[in-house]
Design a protein around this ligand. Structure first.
Ligand code: FES
Ligand code: MG
Length: 571
């Protein structure tokens, strides 16, 4: 093994080495500082991130594994983001969490890191940090909640809220019953049990090669999660010995496999932004179009809510990610490696589907061509996304009159107005919700439908937005429109009454306004005043430096890597 990075703190007899060791001893034997890998456990446990609240127990198992393999485990609490609690949106803080974790890993005497995440933004921020520091790093996903049930049927996190709240608005469910469903939905520790962003990112992290293969998706209360954590602790020590840093195994091939997996599991559109951001940290040339090129012909094999029926507990029981990947093995890049040093495809031989309803075979896909379609047009010159598997087939090609909203507040104030000029063919447009405009690019693109149309039985409409949508949501939603309205995108110029044409097959989203006329228009004052204008703090820094969704919405000065070089002494 090469000299450890931490030796630059602990080795030697001088005053500074003394200081570094002495404050860390506290009952630890002296040999803890001589040649034993120091493994940080970057832990996003927090009571305000309920999905990750159990991670201290997971960390304890990681510690056991680290000790057993001869390393020294070190708890490192890092910025944690609770998707449902943090305002204005957890996405505003993803880059801050990534930056803080990156800097603390680089500043401290650590040789490797185990990353404990779960809730939506936590695994992406940890991966971005680890990619920029480039120390041996491995993820333990905290795992999904157990299945929720209500009135005899499965109730999925997020998806159930969208569905039941629409039922209340449509008058088919009482307010009392709606409230009663709360604890039925959130039934155990763990993150959302639908194929939302958290489940998606855990599985995508495994497909990338950053998780002990076969362990992502293990439910949070399952003993096997702790076993995986213990094994991962051992593995982290092994990775330090082997010099297995992200730059050595996270390659273009890894991202190829992640995109195939994302499509095959029918994963969240949020994964696109997160994968682009992680790739940006590694200097890997990944573009929006790669998602369409690699993923759009991949069959969806997983029948999970929001697009399907089941939940993550079922997915794990049915064989998990490796069973899915085995079905699409020919589409995977065989060269992509994992944290174990072995190729991902080498882990598929023993995988099997145990429930063919939850995980379909290749010959019986849920959707023949899944993935995410990347649209362009005069409304989205730099791209927009739509997830055809979550959309209504009859709306994939559609022309309708725009009904434009300048902010989510404007939308809420007017959408249920009986006098609003809107019908089932209208296209709902919501702007000012991109990275700069909100700020932070909130999950508001899946706009609720007008009450009067719900009462008529309308259940889906074409919606267009520069924001994101929850991975647990569904509908014919064109999202991540880039450039966003607040960054001068043409979305700012659309007016109510303009015709918008969506053609998913042709990968187009256009407003039927002549170019010359569009060029003459300037955004209304009401549009512009809807954009965020923070005076100070993180929000100010964020707005000044955030990139658009099509490149991952990272901050411009965080793209790339600084490595793990040890800087000057503190004394
Ligand atoms: Fe945490 Fe859904 S709210 S994963
Ligand atoms: Mg979310």
């Amino acid at each position: 093994m090469e000299r450890l990075r931490s030796a630059q703190w602990y080795e030697g007899q001088d005053r500074n080495a003394y200081i570094h060791r002495a404050w860390m001893r506290r009952g630890v034997p002296g040999d803890a500082f001589t040649g034993r890998p120091q493994i940080a456990i970057a832990n996003t446990a927090s009571d305000l991130t309920p999905c990750n609240a159990h991670l201290d127990e997971v960390a304890a198992s990681v510690r056991n594994g680290v000790y057993e393999a001869g390393g020294i485990p070190l708890d490192l609490p890092v910025v944690s983001l609770g998707e449902t609690q943090v305002r204005p949106t957890a996405m505003l803080w993803r880059n801050m969490a990534a930056m803080a974790t990156e800097e603390m890993l680089r500043a401290n005497p650590v040789d490797g890191v185990v990353l404990l995440g779960g809730c939506d933004k936590t695994i992406p921020s940890l991966l971005m940090a680890a990619a920029s520091v480039d120390l041996p790093a491995v993820v333990v996903p905290g795992g999904p909640m157990l299945n929720g049930t209500f009135r005899g049927g499965l109730l999925g996190c997020g998806t159930g809220v969208w569905r039941l709240s629409e039922e209340v608005r449509a008058g088919t469910l009482s307010q009392e019953e709606f409230t009663r469903s709360e604890s039925a939905m959130i039934r155990s520790r763990g993150h959302c049990n639908t194929m939302g962003t958290a489940s998606t990112m855990a599985l995508v992290a495994e497909a990338l090669g950053t998780v002990l293969p076969g362990t992502a998706g293990t439910p949070a209360p399952d003993s096997r999660l702790l076993e995986a954590a213990h094994h991962t602790g051992r593995l982290a020590v092994d990775m330090v010995g082997a010099g297995r840093r992200p730059a050595t195994f996270l390659t273009e091939a890894s991202f190829h496999n992640a995109i195939v997996a994302l499509a095959a599991i029918g994963g969240s559109t949020n994964a696109v932004v997160h994968l682009l951001a992680v790739a940006g940290r590694l200097g890997i040339d990944l573009s929006l179009d790669d998602f369409d090129r690699i993923g759009s012909r991949v069959p969806v094999l997983v029948d999970l809510q929001p697009a399907g029926r089941f939940l993550m507990e079922d997915f794990h029981r049915a064989g998990g990610l490796l069973a899915v990947l085995r079905e699409v093995r020919d589409l995977l890049d065989p060269d992509a490696l994992t944290v174990t040093g072995r190729p991902l495809v080498a882990c598929l031989d023993d995988a099997a589907i145990w429930d063919g309803e939850v995980i379909r075979t290749r010959g019986r896909p849920l959707v023949a061509e899944g993935g995410i379609a990347v649209l362009r047009g005069n409304l989205a010159p730099d791209g927009a996304l739509v997830k055809p598997a979550a959309a209504s087939p009859h709306l994939l090609r559609h022309r309708g009159r725009a009904v434009v909203f300048d902010s989510i507040e404007d939308f809420r104030a007017r959408i249920d107005d009986p006098g609003l000029d809107v019908d089932a063919d209208s296209v709902l447009v919501l702007r000012g919700c991109g990275p700069k405009g909100y700020p932070g690019m909130p999950e508001v693109a899946n706009m609720p439908l007008p009450k009067k149309l719900l009462e008529q039985g309308v259940r889906d409409m074409v919606r267009v937005c520069d924001g994101r949508m929850s991975g647990t949501a569904y509908g014919t939603v064109v999202l991540h429109v880039a450039p966003e309205a607040a960054a001068g995108g043409p979305l700012a110029l659309v007016r109510t009454g303009d015709f918008i044409t969506l053609d998913v097959e042709a990968r187009r989203i256009d407003v039927d306004v002549p170019e010359a006329e569009l060029a003459r228009r300037t955004p209304d004052q009401a549009t512009v005043t809807g954009f965020a204008a923070p005076r100070r703090g993180w929000e100010r820094l964020y707005i000044d430096h955030v990139l658009q969704a099509d490149t991952g919405a990272d901050l411009d000065f965080l793209v790339g890597s600084s490595g793990s070089e040890v800087t000057r002494e503190s004394h």
